[in-house]
Design a protein around this ligand. Structure first.
Ligand code: GRF
Length: 193
C-alpha cells in the first residue's frame, strides 16, 4: 500500500446499480480532511442509477459491459494506470473480478458486503437472514481475494433484526449502516493496513 505522506490516495469506485454507497463515499470525499480521492467510477451497466452521483460531482465515469470479461478487465487495468489508482472500492459491483485482474492491479481492492461475514456470503443475504430468523445482521468491509466474499475483514458493524423486519426494511436499515461504515473502514485500512 502506498504511504499517505499527506497525499490523498487515488481511488476508483466500481458500481453496477443504485450507487447509494458511492454517494456516501463522494460525500466523504468532499470533506477537506478526507484521505482518499475518488478520481474514477467504473460501471458495468450504462443504465446504472448510481452514475448520476458521479456526474453531479464531475467524477470521470468509465462504462464497460463485461460481455468479454477478459477484454473489459484489460481496459479497466489500463484506466487504473492512467489515473494512477492505488485503491479500488467495490460498492454494489455485481461482477466477480478474475484472479488475474486482482494480481495485475497490484494494489488493494476493498468490498462492502451486506452481512456479518463469514456468514451469508453471496447474493440475497437479507432474504436468507429473514428466512432463517437470524437475530442479528450487519455489514462487512473486507479485502477482495480470489474467493468470493472471503478476504481479510477490515471493519464490521452489527444491527438487531426485529421480528417485524422483512427483506425491504432490513435492506434499508443495513444500507443506512453501510453509509457510515464504508468510509470509516477505508480510513482504518489506509491509516493502519
Ligand atoms: C450494498 O448493500 C452493498 O453492501 C452490496 O450491494 C449493495 C449496493 O447498494 N455489495 P448501492 O448500490 O450502494 O446502493
Amino acid at each position: 500500500m502506498e504511504k499517505l505522506n499527506g497525499k490523498k490516495i487515488n481511488t476508483a469506485v466500481f458500481i453496477s446499480g443504485r450507487g447509494s454507497n458511492l454517494n456516501s463515499l463522494i460525500k466523504y470525499n468532499k470533506k477537506k480532511n478526507s484521505i482518499f480521492s475518488i478520481l474514477l467510477v467504473v460501471c458495468d451497466n450504462p443504465n446504472a442509477r448510481g452514475i448520476i452521483y458521479a456526474k453531479r460531482s464531475k467524477i470521470k465515469i468509465y462504462v464497460t459491459n463485461f460481455k468479454n470479461k477478459n477484454l473489459s478487465e484489460k481496459k479497466i487495468l489500463k484506466k487504473m494506470l492512467k489515473y494512477k489508482i492505488k485503491l479500488i472500492c467495490l460498492a454494489g459491483f455485481m461482477k466477480i473480478l478474475s484472479k488475474s485482474f486482482i494480481k495485475n492491479f497490484k494494489n488493494p481492492i476493498l468490498n462492502i458486503h451486506p452481512s456479518l461475514l463469514p456468514k451469508y456470503k453471496g447474493l440475497n443475504t437479507h432474504k436468507r437472514i429473514i428466512q432463517n430468523k437470524e437475530k442479528y445482521s450487519g455489514s462487512t468491509v473486507h479485502i477482495v481475494s480470489s474467493k468470493l466474499d472471503s478476504g481479510k475483514i477490515i471493519l464490521q458493524k452489527r444491527i438487531k433484526v426485529s421480528k417485524l423486519d422483512n427483506e425491504k426494511t432490513l435492506e434499508k436499515k443495513i444500507l443506512k449502516l453501510e453509509h457510515r461504515l464504508y468510509f470509516k473502514a477505508i480510513e482504518k485500512f489506509l491509516i493502519n493496513p
